[in-house]
Design a protein around this ligand. Structure first.
Ligand code: 5AD
Ligand code: SF4
Length: 424
């Protein structure tokens, strides 16, 4: 059988797309291998959200192409189609983000760009999953929000929700494969709507919760503008739905939020935080912060720090603004100096570290329930699990514990990770 190795850059949606491609190839005459050296074909699934991600993929392609047949898929393939073909004449194929299900013909035909603006994507029910306990399911593709800095709407197309039946079939498959947790993915899951059945996001959560075997449901990302009180309440009331909301703030300055086209103010954002805290005591809120958007002054930046202090995020993903050709922000005046961006990035990192430390330290002595997901990457002799509100806890144990829930007493805490002992 022809061996294929898949390398994934970028977000969880890319991980899911790679699992989809692996599922399609596995159902055909291909063997997916974890050993790149033994593979005849290397598929590189790429990300375009920041220049850094593209640079890493470019150097990966450059190295792989020396002795492999290389196929570039994903966001960067979509964005740079001809540029990629010109830069790497030996590329076997380039596959766009609407065409993952055509991966077999990309390999068989070769020397072809596989692009078509079709929106009718086929999802194989049987994906080839990287994990055994927690499964990702993309429930909607694309984005209609056009945040001024973001390339996603251009490379992933308009927002479209999948049909509920297809999603439920995938959850049932996960349940029968022994998975315990499902994470729904989308750029803006709160606006999920299956046009055929009229089922919205709350409805999807309700139907999914009926599937036995799956004990936890998670989702990301929520857009603050679409996170209504009703939705927060329905998430809070659903027993299987984890009490963790990922809610990108991006900036705490109303002026910058407006320039970013985010459609909310810092006050609205903080009202969402208050509502979540009220409805889900003990729940977690995480965020994305973007520093150095064009025109961001020190005053704007200080406002971001203020909102972060008020919100008390459990964790933040913090990014330096990276201009993306074709987006509105790339053409804006007063791009922020690289050194200044780095300084702001470090300030935010430092503040978040303090906040996270305080939050995790408060867990010492408390009891939590974790789902064991696998061995810890750093201390290989310890097992690792996750709480309902997405805290990582490491405990002594063995691989036989994977996929089971345990009550654990937290004995130590660092910034992001806790250590604990099983309560017998
Ligand atoms: N530069 C830096 N970060 C970006 N993000 C999106 N576009 C850019 C960009 N051009 C960040 C946002 C988003 C996260 C997924 O990536 O914070 O929420
Ligand atoms: Fe990009 Fe904004 Fe859409 Fe998120 S909501 S994918 S940041 S355009």
């Amino acid at each position: 059988m022809t061996k294929v190795f898949i390398k994934t850059f970028g977000c969880q949606m890319n991980v899911y797309d790679s699992e989809r491609m692996a599922g399609v190839l596995g159902a055909d005459d291909f063997e997916i291998t974890g050993d790149e050296k033994s593979a005849e074909y290397v598929i590189i699934n790429t990300c375009s959200v920041r220049q850094h991600a593209e640079d890493r993929a470019l150097s990966y392609i450059g190295a792989a192409i020396k002795d492999k047949k290389v196929i570039v898929a994903g966001c960067m393939a979509e964005r740079m189609q001809d540029e990629l073909m010109a830069k790497f004449p030996r590329l076997h194929a380039v596959v766009g983000t609407f065409n993952f299900s055509n991966i077999v013909s990309a390999i068989n035909r070769g020397k072809k760009k596989i692009f078509a603006g079709i929106t009718e994507e086929k999802y194989p029910v049987k994906l080839r999953r990287n994990e055994k306990v927690r499964g990702y399911i993309t429930i909607m593709q694309g984005c209609d929000n056009y945040c001024a800095y973001c390339i996603v709407p251009y490379v992933r197309g308009r927002e479209r929700s999948r049909d509920v039946e297809g999603i439920l079939a995938e959850i049932r498959q996960l349940a029968s494969d022994g998975f315990k947790e499902v994470m729904f993915l989308g750029q803006n899951v709160n606006s999920f709507l299956d046009a055929k059945s009229g089922i919205n996001f709350s409805g999807l959560l309700r139907k999914s919760a009926e599937i036995s075997g799956i004990e936890r449901l998670r989702f990301m990302t929520s857009h603050p503008k679409d996170l209504t009180d009703e939705l927060i309440e329905s998430i809070a009331a659903a027993p299987k739905v984890c009490k963790h909301i990922h809610l990108p703030l991006q900036s705490g300055s109303d002026r910058i939020l407006k320039m970013m086209n985010r459609h909310y103010t810092a006050d609205w954002y903080l009202s969402r935080v208050r509502k979540i805290r009220e409805a889900m005591p003990g729940g977690a809120i995480t965020t994305d912060i973007l520093v150095g958007f064009p025109g961001e002054t020190d005053v704007d930046f200080q406002q971001t720090l203020e909102v972060m202090k008020k919100a008390g995020f459990d964790a933040s993903y913090i990014f330096k603004y990276s201009p993306r050709r074709g987006t509105k922000a790339a053409l804006m005046d007063s791009q922020v100096d690289e050194k200044e961006k780095l300084k702001r990035l470090n300030n935010v990192l430092e503040l978040q570290k303090k906040i996270s430390e305080d939050i995790t330290k408060a867990y010492v002595g408390r009891e939590v329930k974790i789902l064991v997901t696998g061995p810890n990457m750093v201390i290989k002799t310890m097992m690792e699990g996750i709480t309902d509100n997405s805290k990582k806890v490491i405990i002594p144990g063995d691989t036989g514990m994977i996929g089971n829930f345990y009550r654990v007493k937290v004995t130590r805490a660092q910034t992001a990770v806790m250590e604990g002992e099983i309560i017998k």
